[in-house]
Structure formats: C-alpha cells, structure tokens
Design a protein around this ligand. Sequence first.
Ligand SMILES: [Zn+2]
Length: 91
Amino acid sequence: MGRWVAPDKGVQETVIGGTSYRPDRKGIYNVESPSAERAMKAEGFFEAALNPYNGGDAQRGFTCVECGFGSWFRKCSRCGHENGTPERDGE
Ligand SMILES: [Zn+2]
C-alpha cells in the first residue's frame, strides 16, 4: 500500500483501471493496488512519503532508479536521471 500525491493539486479524482481514487483532505491518495500505484507513478504522481512538504518521515527526497543515489531532488544530482518521469508500462 502506498500514499500518493497528485502532481496537480487541482486533481480531485483519478481513475486507474476502472477504479476511481479520491484524495483525502490532505490531498493524499491511499492506494492498495500495486498496478494502480505503477499507473499513478506513470502519470506523474509521487509518493507522499517522498514529499518534502509532508515532513515527518524518515525517508526524504528521491532515490534514483538509475544509479541508486539518494537525492533530495527529483532529478538525480549524480547522473541527471529524471526520476518520476513516465516509464514504459510493461503490461
Ligand atoms: Zn542517478
């Protein structure tokens, strides 16, 4: 299960695979389906735990999917990979 935040705060509802998801009062989507999480990630959603504005979590920033470098920013400061960009959906 993951907690996701929409890239656009104006988003009130998103439909993934026929299921509609709505954010809670903090704008966080609680998603239990791994495939829905992947779809959200592809849409530019990011994990609430990684949201620096959320605070309070031990894990902050982004971990680069290319080189594994832990970066505060979405764009890896080591290799320049833009994390959180849409990936090819293998399904
Ligand atoms: Zn990197």
